[in-house]
Structures are given as structure tokens and as C-alpha cells.
Design a protein around this ligand. Structure first.
Ligand SMILES: Cc1cc2nc3c(=O)[nH]c(=O)nc-3n(C[C@H](O)[C@H](O)[C@H](O)COP(=O)(O)OP(=O)(O)OC[C@H]3O[C@@H](n4cnc5c(N)ncnc54)[C@H](O)[C@@H]3O)c2cc1C
Length: 576
């Protein structure tokens, strides 16, 4: 038996797990409801993955292209997601993003401006109009800075470098969370009436990724283990343009803003190959299509020296490039010794974004468990089979706010649940087990092999055979991770931290492979070589849902895509 008084314990109305854009926006809204709010983050405040966002926030403000409206944004998002998005989320997102951006501006965000002083908007793939509000190519930094200042000023408490490893329940409802301080390995208990998961994506399960170290699918796994549903896990976005050279920076993102500002893609023969794949939209086609096009060029022998394509912006004036894309200019100059005002960049696909995640209600971001909410990349529904660039930052603002609002309201109506000791004892036993093993392999070896499996068998193009092999390999990796051993003490021990991260990555990887195997068609980011066409009759009408069965195994079921009201069907059908 564990005595809870042994642990450092904190009690709040609302606990937010994650300090990226979604978590911070949720915290601000829960505070506005009068709730006592804590934000827990496994990285430092201000360093969450959102800080890396570059290109901008999509919002139909019509500052540059006056014909833009929420309806066009809604249509673009639904078409980009290949029509299996949660239509209500797409509608709310398109309608509310302009207000969320204006709010950010009122809180101090300094956006780039038009000559008349409005927020400047740039073009991005899949968006009909110039729609991305931006701060050069450092939009995420400005967003995090603004939200953080606002939240601190309003009075949330922050627990940084603290990793949550288990959600605690009273019966079926949320009662808190259990975690450890990264610095000293000591445990901590948070009691809360409502919890918002805002833990971001899963990119670290692949070796070539634009994602930061935090993106190990923790929140999706915590929710799944607690009994919540995961939606459409097969849809993993491979961004077409990551750095391919030198090897140490492989996967690092080359923002879509380069193409938005006029960048041109060519193969080694100098051909502008997007003419073949999407002659209408060319480089501003959707990410899934551009990524597959580059992959195909390379596979057919027309790739660059290091297995990518060339992205060229050097036809624009140097000062323009340096002003509009300052991070890209420095990134290539410092990391690859390439001056992008004079030379092309070498780029190739990189694992970038997770469209799937925790199944939530559109209006409240509530999961299927009472008191558990989710927002941002950890949640699913808005983007369907493929996300448009810029739609994530607006997603964080719109659904972060709704999640915070609903979590605050939930906390106001409910009492604190009781937490029995056995849940904590079990979590503690499991996380300390790798120290007790006399022998066992290193978690780093298992991580490397997991990444190989996901890269080679669950990548841009998929087949039945590869997916079946991947699932068998993942089973073996699960057994290996149960036997890993870590050296040293609990004082800042990254190898030990990786063990729990690995369990999360294995859970989400299995969910991705299972859902990908079930979906016998190609749609958006999910490309099956053995089923190259989309199947509107069957798969165009259903979403995949993953849950944990009573036997502890993963279960997959299909649910019908929600039917759209007639007036929204008309908007989507308009020939524009
Ligand atoms: C290089 C790059 C550029 C991008 N540019 C754009 C862009 O221009 N426009 C756009 O719309 N999208 C962009 N994206 C995507 C977008 O940045 C992300 O989807 C978004 O920032 C995710 O935000 P989030 O709040 O959901 O999670 P994150 O920002 O990933 O934050 C997750 C938080 O959860 C914490 N956390 C995770 N696990 C735990 C745990 N177990 N315990 C405690 N805390 C935990 C982390 O420490 C972190 O604080 C870009 C992505 C990349 C990689």
C-alpha cells in the first residue's frame, strides 16, 4: 500500500498537461472561468514544440484577399481533409479563428502588417486565398510569448520539467495525475476535477522528423490507457520539405512559407515536376500530394544527390528572402553552408504532424471520459485525412479556448474525486522497474529499432504486407521494452525518461499501424500502394476508432462519419 502523504501533492480545479499553444490557450480560458489552474510541462515554459511553428496561423480575415470568408476556409479544410473531418469542428474553426487571432493581437502579438496597418496574410498550400497571419517565419515564438505572458499575468501556476506518466481516476471520472520531476526523479501527485491533455504529437516514433523531443505521443497514450478513444490514427502527415543534408539535421523543417513566398521545386534535371502532379496548384498543392511527388521523383531516379529535391527561392530579391524567411536563411547558412538567396535548398519528406488523436466532442473538446478534455495536436477530428498548413496554430487557439472553457465549467460543477493508493503504487512500480533489473538492453536500442520499423514499414507509402510485418515487429518491441534496464540514479536520467516515452511511442505506433491496415484505400496522408484509389462508398463514410479492451489489448472499430447539414454540403460542393 502507498501512503499518498509521502508524495508532494498539489490540488487544482483544472490541470492542463502541456504548455504549447493549446495548453496555454486552455489555461487562459479556464482561469477566465474562475478556476484554479496548473499547467504541467515536460519541457521548460516557453520551449514547447509550438515555439518552432514558422509559417503562420490560418484565419479568414480577408485582409489581403478580400473575397476570403469562413465559408471558403471551411471548404478548403474539408476538401484538404478528404471529407472525413468532423464537420462541426471545421465549421467552428473557420468561423472563430479570426477572432482568436485578433485576441492574440490585443494581448500583444506583433504580426507583420499590410501597408494599411492590417495583419498581413500569406499564401499556403491548399488555401484558396492568402490566409496565414504571420510574424516572418517565427510565428510560433510570438504566439507562445503572448499566451505565456497573458497566462502568467492572469495567474496560472506552472510546473515545468515535470512529466505526467499516469492519469488518476475515481471510478470512471478524472481525479488527477501522477508524474515525476525530470531533474531529480521525485514523484508528484496532482489532484484536479478536470484535466486537459495538450501534449502535442508523435513524430519521435520516426527517425526523420521535424518534431521536437517532447513529441512522443504521451497524452494520447495516457488517455488511451485511462479508457478514452483515439480517432483516425492512420493519418500521419509527412511534410514535403525537411532538410536532407547534412545528416545531423535531417528532417528539420523547411517551412511551407518558402513555397508560399514563391519557392519553386525542381528535380535534378531542372524540371519543375509539380507540373506533372498538380498543374493547377503546383508548389501550393496540399502537403500529402507534394510529399508523394518528391518521393516519386527520388524513387524514379530524378532526385538530388542526397535523396531529395531542390527548392529554390533565389529568384526573389535577397533582402525580401531575408525579411520574409529569416529563420530559413540562418538555418541553411549555419547548418548546411547554403545561402538560400543564391542557391537552392535540398529538401525531402519528414514526419511532421499527427491528424489522428484523442476523440473529442466538437463543442467542448470533451473526451469519452468524464472530466477529461483534449486540444491541439493531441486531439483529432478537425483535419480529417490531411491538415492544411497554418490550420494547426488556429486549431490550438480555437479548441484550446473551448477545452479550457468546458474544463472550467466541469470543475465548477463537480467535486474533487477520491484517488485510491493502488493506482499510484502501480505507476510507481512500473516506472522504477528498469532500475531493478540485473540485466537487460538499453532503451536507446529499442527506440532506434522502433524508428526503423515506422520509417520502413509505416511511412508515406503502405502495403498490407508491410503493415502486418510492422505489427509483428511492434509486438516484439513491446516485449523488449518490458525488459530494458537503465543505469544510474533517478537524478536527471534521460535513459530512464526514455523508457516511459517508449511505451507511449509503441502504443501510438501500434494504433497507427492497426488503423492503417484496416483502411483499405488511399485518402489524404494515408497512401496504400495495394489500394491506390479512394473508396467513397465504404471508407469515405467511416472513421477508425481505437480503444483499450477489457483484456488490455487494442481494439479497432469503425464509426460513421457525421452527416453534414445541407447548407454546409452546399458550401463544400461549390465549384471554386
Ligand atoms: C518546425 C515546425 C513548424 C511548424 N509550423 C507551423 C505553422 O506555421 N503553422 C501551423 O499551423 N502549424 C505549424 N506546425 C505544427 C504546430 O506547430 C504543432 O502542431 C502545434 O504547435 C502543436 O501544439 P500543441 O499545443 O498541441 O502541442 P506542443 O506545442 O507540442 O506542446 C506539447 C506540450 O506538452 C508537453 N508534454 C508532452 N508530454 C508530456 C507529459 N507526459 N507530461 C507533461 N507534459 C508533457 C510538452 O512539454 C509541451 O509543453 C509546425 C510544426 C513544426 C515541427
Amino acid at each position: 500500500m502507498t501512503d499518498q502523504s509521502r508524495y508532494e501533492t498539489h490540488e487544482y480545479d483544472v490541470l492542463i498537461i502541456g504548455a504549447g499553444g493549446a495548453g496555454l490557450r486552455a489555461a487562459i480560458e479556464a482561469l477566465a472561468q474562475g478556476a484554479r489552474v496548473a499547467v504541467v510541462s515536460k519541457s521548460l515554459l516557453g520551449k514547447a514544440h509550438t515555439v518552432m511553428a514558422e509559417g503562420g496561423i490560418a484565419a479568414a480575415m480577408a485582409n489581403v484577399d478580400q473575397a476570403d470568408s469562413w465559408k471558403t476556409h471551411f471548404r478548403d479544410t474539408m476538401r484538404g481533409g478528404k471529407m472525413i473531418n468532423n464537420w462541426r469542428m471545421a465549421q467552428l474553426h473557420a468561423q472563430e479563428s479570426p477572432d482568436r487571432v485578433r485576441e492574440l493581437e490585443q494581448w500583444g502579438a506583433l504580426f507583420d502588417r499590410t501597408s494599411s496597418g492590417d495583419i498581413l496574410q500569406r499564401a499556403f498550400g491548399g488555401h484558396t486565398f492568402k490566409r496565414l497571419c504571420h510574424v516572418g517565419d517565427r510565428t510560433g515564438l510570438e504566439m507562445i510569448r503572448t499566451l505565456q505572458d497573458r497566462g502568467v499575468q492572469m495567474g496560472f501556476d506552472v510546473f515545468m520539467e515535470c512529466t505526467i506518466i499516469r492519469l488518476l481516476k475515481d471510478g470512471n471520472r478524472m481525479a488527477g495525475a501522477f508524474g515525476y520531476w525530470r531533474e531529480n526523479g521525485r514523484f508528484v501527485v496532482f489532484k484536479a476535477k478536470a484535466i486537459v491533455i495538450a501534449t502535442g504529437g508523435i513524430g519521435k516514433a520516426w527517425p526523420i522528423t521535424s518534431n521536437s523531443w517532447e513529441c512522443t505521443g504521451d497524452g494520447m497514450t495516457l488517455a488511451y490507457e485511462a479508457g478514452a478513444d483515439l480517432l483516425d490514427m492512420e493519418f500521419v502527415q509527412f511534410h514535403p520539405t525537411g532538410m536532407v543534408w547534412p545528416p545531423g539535421v535531417q528532417g528539420l523543417l523547411v517551412t511551407e512559407a518558402v513555397r508560399g513566398e514563391g519557392g519553386i521545386l525542381r528535380n535534378k534535371l531542372g524540371e519543375r515536376f509539380m507540373e506533372k502532379y498538380d498543374p493547377k496548384r503546383m508548389e501550393l498543392s496540399t502537403r500529402d500530394l507534394v510529399a508523394r511527388s518528391i518521393y516519386t521523383e527520388v524513387k524514379e531516379g530524378r532526385g538530388s544527390e542526397h535523396g531529395g529535391a531542390f527548392l529554390d527561392i533565389s529568384h526573389k530579391p535577397p533582402e525580401y528572402v531575408k525579411t520574409k524567411l529569416p529563420s530559413m536563411y540562418h538555418q541553411f547558412k549555419e547548418l548546411a553552408d547554403v545561402d538560400i538567396t543564391k542557391q537552392p535548398m535540398e529538401v525531402g519528406p519528414t514526419c511532421h504532424y499527427m491528424m489522428g488523436g484523442i476523440l473529442v466532442d466538437a463543442e467542448t473538446s470533451a473526451s469519452s471520459l468524464p472530466g477529461l478534455f483534449a486540444a491541439g495536436e493531441a486531439a483529432a477530428g478537425l483535419h480529417g485525412a490531411n491538415r492544411l498548413g497554418g490550420n494547426s496554430l488556429s486549431d490550438l487557439l480555437v479548441f484550446g479556448r473551448l477545452a479550457g472553457q468546458a474544463a472550467g465549467a466541469h470543475a465548477a460543477k463537480n467535486s474533487q474525486g477520491a484517488i485510491d493508493d493502488s493506482q499510484i503504487a502501480e505507476a510507481e512500480r512500473a516506472i522504477l522497474a528498469p532500475f531493478d533489473r540485473g540485466e537487460g538492453e538499453s532503451p536507446y536500442a529499442v527506440h532506434r529499432d522502433l524508428q526503423k520499423v515506422m520509417q520502413n514499414l509505416v511511412g508515406i507509402f503502405r502495403t498490407e504486407e508491410d503493415l502486418a510485418t510492422a505489427l509483428a515487429e511492434l509486438e516484439k518491441l513491446k516485449q523488449r521494452v518490458a525488459c530494458v534496464r537503465v543505469e544510474g540514479s533517478r537524478l536527471f536520467n534521460p535513459g530512464w525518461h526514455l523508457v516511459r516515452d517508449l511505451q507511449s511511442m509503441l502504443t501510438v505506433s501500434e494504433a497507427v499501424a492497426r488503423s492503417a491496415q484496416a483502411r483499405k484505400e488511399s485518402r489524404g496522408a494515408h497512401s496504400r500502394i495495394d489500394f491506390p484509389n479512394s473508396d467513397e462508398r465504404v471508407w469515405g463514410k467511416q472513421n477508425n476508432v481505437i480503444s483499450r479492451g477489457a483484456d488490455g489489448c487494442m481494439k479497432l472499430r469503425q464509426v460513421p462519419v457525421k452527416d453534414m447539414p445541407a447548407e454546409l454540403k452546399e458550401i463544400v460542393a461549390e465549384d471554386k
